[in-house]
Design a protein around this ligand. Structure first.
Ligand code: HEM
Ligand SMILES: [Ca+2]
Length: 294
């Protein structure tokens, strides 16, 4: 139902406009590429890729921005706003916020060295958002391997696709508060790695201090994340679960040994993620401002 050429006559410069804005944001701050990728994930896993995560809370509306997985964590909203205002001047009322997020995620991965994919377009924007669905559907870093497999299976993904998508953690940062318990309570962590992380993530305090999810190459979309898992250098509990003597060890080994396979499988899984229940036709709307309904 979505189509790669959806804007080719209604807004021919849509894709190039998004690409330039993402390139410039990522050259000012490489981490922004990671943040934009995550924004698309957290949009799509909550009632589909409909821009719901972009809606601001108001006095009489509670959206997803303050859900537990998003609060003080998800970022990139200003970049999306900049792109939206550029597109509203070029082609008013045409390009949805949900599509901007989907294209920005792809352009971010490419800007940091990942493989490209064709983003199918034509998603429309929601007029609602669900904090409770965000809390329920976005996987937590405390999940076990079976919990991770179920969370993705609930959205139609295989365990193999879950491993590929988790390879997103080859870029970006995480706050001390989400990995502290792993540093201080777990045994399947490289001792030198744990000691060095403890310097910026004390047993109490420093909750917002950041560490890279991929200690080797946090601004390069490569397969170093999987190599780190093999030596117990996963940052999150959930990361290390993928290589912990269970059913996904073999896939981690495969991606660790073959970066090209990882990048191809990742790109294919991203197309699938981008197809999660989009609003099309006359459902939803094209927001003028991504932060509020029209
Ligand atoms: C497998 C289950 C997953 C869990 C449990 C998980 C959890 C997390 C957590 C806890 C953080 C750090 C948040 C913070 O410090 O506030 C994070 C960051 C990140 N996640 Fe995931 N994630 C998962 C899958 C994914 C997927 C599927 C994607 C993308 C397709 C993704 C992309 C990212 C990126 C790029 C960052 C870094 C963001 C930044 O630096 O701004 N994650 N994730
Ligand atoms: Ca990397």
């Amino acid at each position: 139902q979505l189509s790669g050429t959806f804007y080719s006559s209604s807004c021919p410069s849509a894709l190039s406009t998004i690409k330039s804005a993402v390139s410039s944001a990522v050259s000012s701050e490489a981490r922004m590429g990671a943040s934009l990728l995550r924004l698309h994930f957290h949009d799509c896993f909550v009632n589909g890729c409909d821009g719901s995560i972009l809606l601001d809370d108001t006095a009489n509306f509670t959206g997803e921005k303050n859900a537990a997985p998003n609060a003080n964590s998800v970022r990139g909203f200003d970049v999306i706003d900049t792109i939206k205002s550029q597109l509203e001047s070029k082609c008013p009322g045409v390009v949805s916020c949900a599509d901007i997020v989907a294209v920005a995620a792809r352009d971010s991965v490419v800007a940091l060295g990942g493989s490209s994919w064709t983003v199918l377009l034509g998603r429309r924007d929601s007029t609602t958002a669900s904090q409770s669905a965000a809390n329920a559907n976005i996987p937590a870093p405390t999940l076990s391997l079976s919990g991770l497999i179920s969370a993705f299976s609930n959205k139609g993904f295989t365990a193999k696709e879950m491993v590929a998508l988790s390879g997103s953690h080859t870029i970006g940062q995480a706050r001390c508060t989400v990995f502290r318990a792993r540093l201080y309570n777990e045994n399947n962590i490289n001792a030198t790695f744990a000691t060095s992380l403890k310097a910026s993530c004390p047993s109490s305090g420093g909750d917002n201090n950041l560490s890279p999810l991929d200690t080797t190459s946090p601004t390069s979309f490569d397969n170093a994340y999987f190599k780190n898992l093999q030596i117990q250098k996963g940052l999150l509990h959930s990361d290390q679960q993928l290589f912990s003597g269970g059913s996904t060890d073999a896939q981690v080994n495969a991606y660790s040994g073959n970066a090209a396979t990882f990048k191809t499988d990742f790109a294919n899984a991203m197309v699938k993620m981008g197809n999660l229940s989009p609003l099309t036709g006359s459902n939803g709307q094209i927001r003028k401002n991504c932060r509020r309904v029209n």
